[in-house]
Design a protein. Sequence first.
Length: 162
Amino acid sequence: MPIDVPNSGQVYRAGERLPVRDPWIEHLAYLMDGAIPIGRWSIGLDPLLGLIPGVGDLIGAFVSMVIIVRAVQAGVPRIAITRMMANLMIDTLVGSIPIFGDAFDFAFKANLKNLRLYEQALNNPRAAEARNWAFFISVLILVAGALIALTAGLVALARRAF
């Protein structure tokens, strides 16, 4: 017998696990990205770990992966998981750049972004899925435009050189 979850637009089969909020990952995201208030801003352990040369960003990434693994276990759609992975990749790769990456880590709060994606996927899966697809289509268009501009620039440079 199907189970209709109110206000979600989702119908689940009998015996299928219903997605639920996870207070543990809420606490982890807060700890990693916002536990230390400094005036109007707040920072967490993630940017502080990023200050450790060599391994700090990797430690932060492994801790952040826990949120993504819990989202997979909760049944969050794959497109939301992919966007969570993109947030983590951006945080880790840009954060590993000396000086600039450390400043970036203080501003880009990937864990809180991933928590918001997790909650949106649980509360309104269809709208969250549409937003996530729109994000990836926008990124694809942006990357394609950059590649076209780069190619056009290289062709113009090659014509001028020869």
